[in-house]
Design a protein around this ligand. Structure first.
Ligand code: PRX
Length: 651
């Protein structure tokens, strides 16, 4: 961590808001002052921008670690995202502009989206889905993903979106944890020219999901209407989405929801055990995502907002669907890969649809850098006026590249720090107000209380330490689904009254935050959180494996890459083919994002005398560094032998 602090300290470049941008910005300095004077009053002001059926009577109830916001208030998220816009001329504006990977296109106005959501909501009701029921959504990036989420919100069902890149086993575990009664999936989805057979994965999953009563299947396969051959349908359980929606009425009243009713569960990796079902509720979540979208992304009439995240991640929930639609924006959705069929697909999309605001991840920016500045230079990116990043720390050089080659030195960049657990953006520059520094997420959003503390929780004025949130915020997770004890243990046991985010950070002289990354056993691969424990369990699940330890190593494009150290059971021999088989095994169990980059077979793993695997030393080996302190090891010889072996296999 010290190395990183030193490097970041040398960053002296400053980028004040361009005058033109500042003059028209939604955000002003006054927001910070208002929130500084009266934090709860500030959030109430933000909540008032939404449409409530019944106003709240109390803004916050805080019984550590449980917060309830806007008590007594009732509202419906889908009505906020749709109904209030269709009552105005905005009804004819595009809500979603979508492009499929093969190049097919759709534009859906607010009016049309409202009707589709109504139909989907009625279809769910017809299948017996009720308020409070959990609905799993396992879809590619197609408009139906947003329609399905909004349909759930409309009738008060709780959605659990599972990223379409996850395996059938990951889907199964998430469905079972949430006890979902219905699954919405598609026959397939496009990725790099091929059709991913989602329905087949879904069938494998739900063979072991007794809670699922019905499956709605969106048709994405080619061949058009009438060709329903790509998926096997189980009579009575499976229903084609288009057939059910054709028969359903577009009118479906929006269920009045309590501000604290569940809106969704979203699973994320933790340090130990199975993924955690992060619980988000209705009023506070929508207040935070709507207000951050308005001020951080500076949305105006006529903007085309493109957040490149998949709806399977929290960024897709908050900044593809709920935040932008609550603000009546036009969002661009793209189904496929950035390098398909060519590496300038994103820039073609920006030019074709006149994208004005572009929000992506540092891992993507590093890939663009590698592919060369000639690619964006070929395209007209003059409509862009604001850029954003999220998911991991951005290296100052990647920031500068983004600024020059995509922003053409005109566009402010907002580096936004937040988490699945925080629901919405927490630390970011407000464009037009805050001077940026490449690599720094800058300062907390108004109304957010971030603090730097040492290992014991003692606040530090500046320097390196741990990032905690010292006051509750509206979009915060309420608990872990079905496991409140784990909620206490994971986030609150360390400092008691402060939320521990799991990130190390540095606070500089100007009060700017420099996020240094995870301090626990959670890795960040291409902007996605993966617990080392999950991958180790997947490896040990293979019949040849006795023990496994997984560490992250620095990777030029992905941020972190995965290195697995594996001990085999008696009678199994190391081989190149077994290496490949193990990588495949992990991809099959969890999903391709978790596939290890290196697998190293070893007769022993370095352990302390109490039997704990020393991951720190394995990380030194994987990163080719000098070995740290080995004196606590039961057998110090193990680690030097491993290092020699790793280096000879790498070389
Ligand atoms: O380590 C931080 C990193 O991503 C983690 C949260 O991951 P997840 O819940 O998957 O959500 C990602 C999208 C919100 C954080 O604990 N992270 C996220 N944004 C940034 C970041 N690290 C540095 N700078 C950021 N802007």
């Amino acid at each position: 961590m010290t190395d990183q602090i030193d490097t970041l300290l040398q960053e002296t470049r400053r980028f004040p808001p361009p005058d033109g941008f500042a003059r028209q910005a939604n955000a002003t300095e006054a927001l910070y002052q208002a929130a500084g004077k009266d934090r709860l009053g500030f959030w109430e002001e933000q909540a008032r921008a939404l449409e409530w059926i019944t106003p709240w009577t109390q803004v916050l109830e805080w019984k550590i670690p449980h917060a309830r916001w806007f008590l007594g208030g009732r509202l419906n998220v889908a009505a906020n995202c749709l109904d209030r816009h269709v009552r105005t001329p905005r009804r004819n504006q595009a809500a979603i502009i979508w492009e499929g990977e093969p190049g097919d296109r759709r534009t859906i106005t607010y009016w049309e989206l409202h009707r589709e959501v109504g139909r989907a909501a009625n279809a769910l009701k017809q299948l017996g889905v009720k308020k409070g029921d959990r609905v799993a959504i396992y879809l590619p990036m197609i408009p139906e993903a947003a329609i399905a989420m909004l349909a759930c919100a409309r009738i008060g069902a709780v959605h659990s979106v599972v990223f379409g890149g996850f395996s059938s086993e990951s889907l199964r575990d998430r469905i079972n944890d949430a006890q979902a009664v219905c699954l919405i999936t598609a026959d397939g989805g496009y990725r790099r020219g091929a059709m991913l057979p989602l329905k087949r994965f879904a069938d494998e999953a739900i063979a072991q999901c007794p809670s699922i009563r019905h499956v709605l299947v969106v048709q994405r396969s080619p061949g058009g209407a009438g060709d329903e051959s790509f998926a096997n349908m189980t009579e009575g359980r499976d229903h084609w989405w288009h057939r059910l929606l054709d028969l359903a009425s577009p009118h479906c009243p929006a269920e009045p929801m309590d501000a604290e009713d569940l809106l969704f569960i979203l699973y994320t990796s933790g340090t130990t055990g199975k993924p955690k079902g992060i619980v988000h509720t209705t009023g506070g979540y929508l207040t935070q995502v709507a207000s951050t979208t308005r001020y951080v992304f500076d949305l105006k009439e006529g903007d085309v907002f493109w957040c490149t995240a998949d709806v399977g991640w929290v960024t897709g929930h908050s900044y593809v669907v709920y935040g932008p639609l609550a603000n009546g924006a036009t969002v661009l959705m793209y189904e496929g890969a950035p390098d398909w069929p060519e590496r300038d697909r994103f820039w073609k999309l920006v030019a074709r649809y006149g994208v004005t605001i572009f929000y992506t991840a540092p891992t993507a920016i590093r890939a663009f850098m590698k592919w060369g500045e000639e690619l964006p230079a070929k395209h007209d990116l003059s409509t862009l006026r604001l850029l954003g990043t999220v998911g991991e720390p951005i290296n100052p050089e990647a920031w500068m590249w983004y600024h020059r080659n995509i922003g053409r030195e005109r566009c402010p960049i907002v580096d936004t720090w937040w988490q699945t657990e925080t629901g919405g953006i927490m630390i970011t520059a407000l464009p037009g107000v805050v001077t940026t520094k490449p690599g720094s997420a800058t300062i907390p959003f108004p109304g957010i209380s971030a603090q730097l503390v040492d290992q014991k929780g003692v606040p530090l004025p500046k320097g390196g330490g741990l990032l905690v949130l010292s006051e509750p915020w509206p979009g915060m997770l309420r608990t872990i689904y079905g496991d409140d004890q784990r909620y206490h243990d994971t986030y609150w046991s360390r400092f008691g009254d402060k939320y521990f985010a799991g990130d190390g950070a540095k606070l500089d002289e100007d009060g700017y935050w420099w996020i240094l990354g995870r301090v626990d056993d959670v890795l960040n691969v291409a902007g996605h959180r993966i617990g080392t424990m999950e991958i180790e369990s997947a490896l040990v699940d293979h019949p040849a494996v006795a023990e496994a330890a997984v560490v992250g190593k620095t990777h030029e494009l992905k941020g972190q890459a995965l290195a697995a150290f594996v001990t085999l059971k008696e009678g199994h021999q190391p081989s190149a083919s077994l290496k490949d088989e193990l990588k495949e095994h992990v991809a099959r169990k969890i999903g391709a994002i978790a596939r290890p980059d290196d697998v190293l077979f070893s007769a022993d793993l370095p352990k302390t005398r109490s039997g704990k695997i020393m991951r720190r030393l394995l990380k030194d080996i994987a990163e080719g560094r000098a070995l740290g302190d080995t004196t606590t090891l039961a057998d110090p010889g193990v680690v030097s032998r491993l290092k020699d072996q790793y280096e000879s296999e790498e070389g």
